[in-house]
Every structure is written in structure tokens, then in C-alpha cells.
Design a binder for this molecule. Structure first.
Ligand code: PLP
Length: 471
């Protein structure tokens, strides 16, 4: 026997835990019952709003149908959300690690946004004219994100759609390139995936597309340099639209040098690169591109950028601006297909002014990254305590547990690891113990208000659940 084996006695041998499917099913059934028992008012409210009764009102009983995509028997109905806490109408208080799937990344209802809203309420919400904060907000965007020219939209979906139009007009090309597993919002031409035969196809779940979204889109596997090179060398792609790491099919990080390769290859063949940092704004101050010196041609961020007020920013480089100006010069006057009535409103500017000055700051990120580190360390401790074949993938303040020791390199590898039953158990179990995590792949976001005590309690809850579903 080697010295190492000798030193392992019965008492210090690591617990080797494996998920037991029977225990898992029992756990989910009892977690659902506990959820229902603790929430009579949420249940009643959902009945009234129409989901299971015959009442009319919101379709499916919710104002936005994604709110039914949680594994809970019926949705939580929220009474209030502040900092890193949400309280439902049954007065159950939850520590929030979902943060509105990033919309509240800088905390719920930050003071500065509350006063910006008050300011806008008193001084005007929308006029379709520039306002007192424009010059300063514009300068701040340049300072924080690097690109010289900016526009506002109401959502990241809109911003992506507008930025892609600009890339098409500026290059005179129709096609775009996306990565399998991507999500860039309700942007038709990005709603594709690589079907099992390696073909770019429309996502089968789409509602009522006006055209086949795959017509002008090449979809390639993330981290696959050869495919990218082979696709871009055809010189018909206007723009690569990408997140620096995939975050919408689980987190798939880029291999070292991959992003630089994409930018370099795109430029070699006359293609622009649009980095959509709506989620990777979690990386640190200025986002992933700034931290890693990536120099995007076009840039989009939405969700949290104005502290939860519906706003997205999109920026373009000097080169894109020049080519856009040339292309526009020969267009007749008329609709551009870019912009919406409430975009750039007084309300948005007021919120962005507050957010860029007081939320999107190095100090806020220092706090978030420090707590995220503690959270990651706690999760890794649990994984090794129970000898689980799991890992944690982290992009700044955002992280996920994956059920594998090997980090996936693309969406197909990630999809093979999905375990919806296990995710549901963790999600429901944590809810019952006072923690809200994102319904999709248990994504966790460490907001600036999260404390070490919150994290240690969360870790104990994870231990408690694992103890019940493994043998
Ligand atoms: C990377 C990315 N881009 C864009 C969007 C779309 O954002 P919104 O729904 O606010 O339009 C999302 C939404 O999850 C996203 O993850």
C-alpha cells in the first residue's frame, strides 16, 4: 500500500456521493409540497390571475410568459425586492442569487435609481428630445466601454437588432455568424442552433417566424477556430455577434486566444465583431472586452446597465461610423428600422446617469468580485467534501455548477451535461430554504449587497440538499 492510501482511515475518508434518482424524485415531490404549503397567497393570486381558473386577464396568469418557466408549482408573486432580498406576498424572504436573470445585477432598487426615478417623475419622462444628462452620459459610456459613438434602446434585443442592421449597411453584406447555444434576445436571425447533423436551423420552439431565421445566418460551434475561419473566408459575413463566453446554455468559457482569433479572422475577411455583453457585464468594470483588451467593432449591453430601468446601450467604432456615414449618404430619407419612440428618454438618461456614476463603478465590482470568490470557494469546498464529479464555472460575479469535472468547450458538450431533474431539485430545495437561484441551469449572481453570512448559509443549504439526494 502506498503512503497516501495508508493515511486514509474510515473516519477521514472523503464521502463519495452519487445522485440517487429515487431519492431525487422523492425530494422533488416533497419540495413541491413544502413550496405549496408555504405560499397560500401566491397560490390564490395565481388562481385569480387565470392560470388554473377560468378567469381572463394575463395570458397564462402572468404578464410575461417566461414567468412560467420556473420549476415551481406556481410562480412566486413578489411583494418587494430590495438589495439582495426579495419578499413574496406570503412574506417569505429570500436571498436573491438570480437578480432578475441579471436585470438587477447591481441590486434591487438601488437608492440612486430610486432618486433618478423621482427626478424623472418630477421633470419629465419622455419628450423625444435630448436632455440635460446627455453630454455627461455619452462621455461616461466612452470612458467606461471604450467605443466612441453610442445609442440607446429599450432592451438588449432591440440594441442587437439595431447594431446588426448597422453592420449590414456598413459592410453591404447580409449574412451574420452566431455560435451554437447563443441567445441574443428576440432577434430573429440569431434564433438558430446547430441541429444534430451540423446544419444551421431555426430553433424548433419559435413562435410564428416571419421568415426562416437560418437564411442569413451561419451557426458554428463555440471555440472552433477552423469552422470560423472556413466560414468567414467566404467574405459574405457582415458581422459575428457573440458573447465573450456563452452564458445562455450554461457558461462555456472561451479557450485561451479564441476571442482574439475571432476578432483577427473577422477583420482579415472584412467582417465586424459585435460583442453582446448583456450578461458578461458581470466580468468586471467595463465588461469582458475592456478587461481583456478585445476592441469590439460594435458593443451591446442591456438589462442591468441602467440599474433595472429598461435600457440598453449600443456602441460603434470609428471605422463602423465612417462606413455607416458613407452608406447613409446615398439612402433616401425615410424609416431606418432603427430606434423606438421611448428610446433615449429623459427617464432612461436620468437612470443611466445615476447608474454609470454610482453603480457601474470599480468599487461596486470590487465588492461583487470579492463575494463571488467566496461563493465559488464555498461551492468548490462542497464538491470536494462530497467527492462530487461537479465543477464551478465563473465569469466575474456570475457562476454556475456543472455536473462534470470537464469544462465543456461548446454548446453540444454543455447540453450533454444538462440534468433537469437535478437542477429542479436544487432550485426548489434552495427556494424552500430561503434562496432564489435562476431557474435555468442554477446560475448564480453575486450582487453588491450579498454578504459572507448569506453565502455561508447558502452553502449549508446546498449541503443539506445534497445530503438528501445522494447516497
Ligand atoms: C446575451 C444576451 N443578449 C441579449 C439578451 C436579451 O435581453 P432582453 O431580454 O433584455 O432584450 C439576453 C437575455 O437574456 C442575453 O442573455
Amino acid at each position: 500500500m502506498s503512503g497516501i492510501s495508508d493515511s486514509i482511515t474510515e473516519s477521514n475518508k472523503p464521502l463519495v456521493k452519487r445522485v440517487n434518482r429515487d431519492l431525487l424524485k422523492k425530494f422533488i415531490a416533497s419540495a413541491r409540497a413544502d413550496y405549496i404549503a408555504a405560499r397560500p397567497k401566491c397560490f390564490a393570486a395565481h388562481e385569480i390571475t387565470g392560470k388554473s381558473g377560468n378567469a381572463t386577464g394575463f395570458l397564462g396568469g402572468v404578464p410575461q410568459h417566461w414567468m412560467l418557466d420556473w420549476s415551481t408549482p406556481f410562480p412566486l408573486q413578489i411583494k418587494s425586492a430590495k438589495g439582495c432580498k426579495v419578499t413574496d406576498i406570503d412574506d417569505n424572504e429570500l436571498i436573491d442569487l438570480c437578480l432578475g436573470d441579471t436585470g438587477a445585477m447591481f441590486g434591487h432598487s438601488p437608492e440612486i435609481i430610486a432618486s433618478a426615478l423621482k427626478d424623472a417623475a418630477e421633470n419629465g419622462l419622455t419628450t423625444m428630445l435630448p436632455s440635460q444628462y446627455c453630454a455627461e452620459v455619452g462621455q461616461k459610456l466612452v470612458e467606461i466601454f471604450g467605443l466612441p459613438y453610442w445609442q440607446l434602446a429599450l432592451s438588449a434585443s432591440d440594441a442587437n437588432r439595431f447594431a446588426l442592421r448597422v453592420a449590414r449597411l456598413a459592410t453591404g453584406r447580409q449574412k451574420i455568424l452566431v455560435f451554437d447555444g447563443c441567445y441574443h434576445g428576440a432577434v430573429d436571425e440569431t434564433t438558430v442552433y446547430l441541429d444534430g447533423r451540423g446544419k444551421t436551423s431555426a430553433k424548433p420552439s419559435l413562435w410564428g417566424s416571419a421568415f426562416d431565421p437560418a437564411i442569413n445566418t451561419y451557426c458554428v460551434p463555440f471555440n472552433d477556430k477552423e469552422e470560423i475561419y472556413a466560414t468567414l473566408m467566404g467574405e459574405d459575413v457582415a458581422c459575428v455577434i457573440m458573447e465573450p463566453a456563452l452564458t445562455n446554455c450554461g457558461i462555456v468559457p472561451p479557450k485561451p486566444g479564441f476571442l482574439e482569433f475571432v476578432v483577427e479572422t473577422a477583420h482579415k475577411f472584412g467582417t465586424y465583431v459585435l460583442f453582446d455583453e448583456t450578461h458578461t457585464l458581470s466580468s468586471g468594470y467595463g465588461g469582458y472586452c475592456r478587461i481583456n483588451n478585445l476592441g469590439p467593432d460594435l458593443f451591446v449591453a442591456g438589462k442591468a446597465v441602467a440599474g433595472g430601468v429598461p435600457t440598453a446601450i449600443w456602441g460603434i467604432s470609428e471605422d463602423v461610423k465612417q462606413r455607416l456615414d458613407d452608406a447613409r449618404a446615398v439612402l433616401p430619407i425615410g424609416h431606418s428600422g432603427i430606434g423606438t419612440t421611448l428610446g433615449g428618454s429623459l427617464l432612461q438618461l436620468s437612470a443611466l446617469y445615476g447608474s454609470l456614476n454610482q453603480l457601474v463603478t470599480p468599487e461596486t465590482y470590487d465588492k461583487m468580485l470579492a463575494t463571488a470568490q467566496i461563493l465559488e470557494d464555498e461551492l468548490n469546498k462542497i464538491i470536494s467534501e462530497f467527492s462530487l464529479d461537479w465543477s464551478v464555472i465563473r465569469i466575474g460575479a456570475r457562476m454556475e455548477i456543472i455536473f462534470s469535472k470537464t469544462i465543456p468547450q461548446n454548446a453540444e458538450e454543455m447540453r450533454a451535461l444538462f440534468d433537469h431533474e437535478l437542477e429542479e431539485a436544487l432550485h426548489l430545495g434552495l427556494l424552500n430554504l430561503g434562496f432564489l437561484v435562476t431557474p435555468f441551469h442554477n446560475m448564480l449572481l453575486a450582487g453588491p449587497d450579498l454578504t459572507k453570512e448569506n453565502i455561508l448559509n447558502y452553502a449549508q443549504s446546498v449541503r443539506q440538499i445534497i445530503g438528501q439526494i445522494c447516497d
